[in-house]
Design a binder for this molecule. Structure first.
Ligand SMILES: *Cc1c(COP(=O)(O)O)cnc(C)c1O
Length: 342
């Protein structure tokens, strides 16, 4: 598959903005090239538009060449960029599953791209044939999220693989929750699939939602083109600096605790009078079906606990989505649930 033929014509021929930092890359000297303030305060200089140090570190951690990494302002940025790279507004379309993360559909709407939503099975299973059948010759993007939000399940590797191999456009595989899952995901197999874009984020397991740093991993052609289309200085100096510091310590301990707590919460909540069902989860949240979601949602708020009411989402009728917190926070939630009457 030649990725270049999938790019929009205007993107393929784009001459990107050249920053002062593109023209001179040295480290030492007197910088009179960018009309910055000369008074050093830690952020008077423009950031590295290519985030080289950050990409080197992420490359080490993930075992992926820096040329295959795109760093964005949250996952929101690469989600928006894939539409801008590959979809002619009003003409091309995209396919996704439902229920899934709401941002794909919003980004599609903003870019005037039709989103074709294919329901999962009642057990949240993925029917590859139905998904592929929703695509036509104008379908450029296919979104998958595994582990999926809000259902919490991973889809089988073989099914995802078949979709990537069969689909004639770009498959965007969102692995925001992969650190909490048993499986490794598709990062290690990037080289097999030139039409695959894997999204990950520092917002969940890495604990940096407030810094806004999303990652896209893809073949060099796609990663480079995303880099040409993005705002030149999309990751600010402070975020680049703090993320680099934070990436020095691992997350294994915290991830292990979240996974243990997820299991403990599921076991403790299951016998509660208002709980009907707890879906298996590979993420840092539980999808919990309850007897009366609106009332229980209100009761939890009265007790100072905020969860996400997903009961109006297709296939999630009656469900609340509950993030795994600290052991103390989870104890509190369990206690409240014990005392709620159906
Ligand atoms: C939380 C989440 C993200 C992360 O978004 P950021 O913009 O990186 O904070 C991405 N995808 C899914 C499915 C999510 O649930």
């Amino acid at each position: 598959m030649d990725i270049r033929t999938l790019l929009r014509d205007n993107i393929r021929s784009l001459a990107p903005y050249s920053t002062a930092r593109d023209e001179y890359e040295g480290e030492l000297g007197i910088y009179l090239d960018a009309n910055e303030s000369p008074y050093e305060n830690g952020y008077n200089r423009y950031p590295d538009p290519h985030q080289k140090a950050l990409k080197r570190r992420i490359a080490e951690i993930k075992g992926i060449a820096p040329e295959k990494i795109f760093v964005g302002n949250g996952s929101d940025e690469p989600i928006d960029l894939v539409f801008r790279l590959f979809c002619e507004p009003g003409r091309h379309n995209a396919v996704s599953i439902v229920p899934t993360y709401g941002m794909y559909k919003v980004a599609a709407a903003i870019n005037d791209v039709e989103m074709r939503e294919v329901p999962l099975g009642a057990d949240f299973s993925l029917d590859a044939d139905r998904l592929l059948a929703a695509a036509d010759s104008n379908t450029r993007l296919l979104f998958l999220c595994s582990p999926n939000n809000p259902t919490g399940n991973c889809f089988p590797t073989a099914t995802i693989e078949r979709i990537i191999r069969t689909f004639h456009g770009i498959v965007v595989l969102d692995e925001a929750y992969i650190d909490f899952a048993e499986t490794d995901g598709f990062l290690g197999r990037l080289d097999e699939f030139p039409n695959l874009v894997v999204l990950q984020t520092l917002s969940k397991a890495w604990g940096m939602a407030g810094l806004r740093l999303g990652l896209a991993f893809a073949c060099e052609e796609i990663a480079r083109t995303m880099g040409r289309v993005k705002y030149p200085y999309n990751i600010n100096v402070v975020t680049q600096r703090i993320v680099l510091e934070e990436l020095r310590h691992g997350i294994v301990g915290q991830v292990d605790e979240i996974r243990r707590e997820r299991r403990r919460m599921a076991l403790a909540l299951a016998p509660a009078p208002t709980v009907r069902r707890i879906y298996p989860s590979d993420a840092n949240f539980l999808l919990v079906e309850v007897s009366d979601p609106q009332t229980i949602y209100e009761r939890l708020i009265e007790a100072g606990v905020i969860v996400r009411d997903r009961s109006r989402v297709p296939l999630c009728e009656g469900c609340l989505r509950i993030t795994v917190g600290t052991p103390e926070e989870n104890d509190r939630l369990i206690e409240i649930f014990k005392n709620l009457q159906a």
